[in-house]
Design a protein around this ligand. Sequence first.
Ligand SMILES: [Zn+2]
Ligand SMILES: [Zn+2]
Ligand SMILES: [Zn+2]
Length: 800
Amino acid sequence: MRDYKTIEINITGIVQGVGFRPFLYNLAHSLNLNGYILNTGNAGVRLMLQGSSESIKEFLSDIRKKKPEISFVEEIQINYIDIQDEFSDLEIKKSEEKCGISQSLPPDIAICEDCLKDMRNHQYKKYYNYPFIACALCGPRFTTVKKLPYDRERSTMIEFPFCQKAEPESCIQEYLDSKNRRFHAQTFACSVCGPHYTLYNKKRDLIHDDSIHLILKKTANMINKGKIIAVKGIGGTHIVSLADDETILKLRERKGERKNKPFALMVPHLKLIENELKITALEREYLISFRRPIVLLERKKPINNSIISNQVAPGLNNVGIMLPYSGIHHLLFDFIGEKPLIYTSGNKSYIPMAIENEDIFNQLHELVDAFLLHNRQIYQRADDSVLRIHDNKTKLIRRSRGFVPEYLPLPFKVNIKGALATGPELTTTGAVLRFNRIYPTQHIGHVTHLETYEFLKSSLFHMKNLLQIKDQEIEFIACDLHPEFITTKFGKELSTQFNVPLYPIQHHFAHILGLMAENRVESDEKIITISTDGVGYGDDGNVWGGEIILSSYTAYKRLGHLENQLMIGGDRCTKYPARMLASILLKQLKIEDASMIFNDLKLQNDLEYGERELKTLISQFREANHQFPSRNIPLTSSTGRIFDVVSYILGATNIKTYRGEPAMRLEGLASIGNPDNIKLKVNINKRNDVSIINSSKLILDIIELAKVKKNRPSDIAAKFQIELALAFANVAKEFAELYGIKKIGLTGGVAYNYSFAKSIKEEIQLEGLTFLEHNQVAPGDSGISTGQLIGGLFQHLNNK
Ligand SMILES: [Zn+2]
Ligand SMILES: [Zn+2]
Ligand SMILES: [Zn+2]
């Protein structure tokens, strides 16, 4: 047979439900290749192709280059086959019987350009202004699918059978026509057969349920008049309103708690905000991608007639922006006009976002003036994802819609069929291990309420079921080391339920393990990592959070840390930075000297119970002092607490109203400062070969600097971030030399701070060392469950 070759190709990854077969068909067709293409039962695509070597070569190189954006190719296996038969044509064959393990489900996909065109074409009756339009390349996936394999009957679309008669063609005709964009698409519908929106007032009386045109007009009118509306969407419910000062203040007042929490904005297009916010190429790429996350964009210098109110994100130097991703968003802008809108998750503080219409009414009736709800069930709740970019590296803050259920492939072979991790307690996720892949759940939140606990439980089990892991295949459970966490108790329950070992993994070691795996550190390699965050339960029972750690996948050693500080009153120090500052000062000064500083700073004003609380605090300290360190007063090496205190001293924060606020406000203040105007150095001491970064002196120095009029708080803030970063980097470098280690990493929630992270990175790279940073796993606590599974895995293999 001439120059003809026959090749069998097997592709795995996320290649089903993303229009992958039509893509391969068209590519093969354009290269004159014959043969066939089919979906195999277990999450892959198989091709048998015949043609010239040249064409086959081109085909292979084009797969990754030209594949649909939403697909993910993990592996391409090729076999040249020796056969005599010649294929006479090219076809997409019927899928193999769906059996085996299906591991391929894409995340929810933003509405595509073609569907948008159909939705705005007033001649295309069945789709005109119809918000649930979708096709094989777009629409909800993760939030609607109950089970795999991915088919309509296993999704919430089962309640909406395809129409048989509609103009110009019915949905069933579209579904069966191999030339149609909706060929074998599972989650589309039209106005004849699909779900619909209804508008209710806050008393649940019907306002409109007939024409979508009237519903949109009425909703837009209300929003333009300053009303606040709950809008049910793809993976949950948003609270939507204008983004002017007055409306935002009204919304904040109704929300009550966490009153300074930043809101995300949705804008119809990026031109609207380009004058005010910086957008790098990668940020733009994310914003317009099918994932449509909220991207934190940095503010430019203030301008006149700004359309972004300062009330959106008080005290911060960046604003969360997202673009419309479902039909209803685009339609609302069509009727409201071109302006930024508040699009924030429709939940009460600390409770997951409501997704059932009944719950939406109950949870939100005090917050909103009307409800725009649809009658399609949301099977899995998924909040909007949030991220920021540091020099082309992705820092996931909240990994949810548009990302879940994608997985992290591990850099080594694993023969474990299934394992579960329950995460930390705050901003948590769960995670599932299936062979060498880790699948984190969607963002869960703080597991401090029954509702969030139930959400964690159901998400974890949903992920296990999606991956078709049988109960008897679960080999171990991993959880946090903290004995009192609800998630640790949940881990214990699971371990009993499945009768398998439980591996508690130290918080910072879990952060580090996630970092190691995503940077594909080898299984016998060692690295040093700076792990800086707010709270992590340490081996010694203290609260860790400013750590320099030597680790492999199996073990870790604490090489250095921030000085231990007292937390008089425990967790109250986390909520009230003034209380944390009082604790730090009392530890190192005489009570009289500390009290003078309290007076200067009027510190009692920023405690919940004022003067009375300050007095109690001092007597608590007195009582404990003669047996220091006292069992009644916890110790912490948390970087987060030091950021809180500096933010407080410099006037960026008084009281914390949401997690991370003081540190974020400090970053906001520092962004307008010049560090070169300030002199500041951080001292490092050695105790029993462990390096201790002296935070007591650092805080006193900052108090002194702040007293001097010519020192601008913003300059001090900028200098502090850099000097503290350099102290960490220097300790890490010193030990890297001692141990002959070439890779130094950074992880933990403080790694979101751009200047802090950048200073460490530059210092490490200056020495020719490799800097490891996050790009796929979240630096914050939502990345912990991934690390727990890796830690558990290595302990389990050792025990076997
Ligand atoms: Zn589409
Ligand atoms: Zn239809
Ligand atoms: Zn952490």
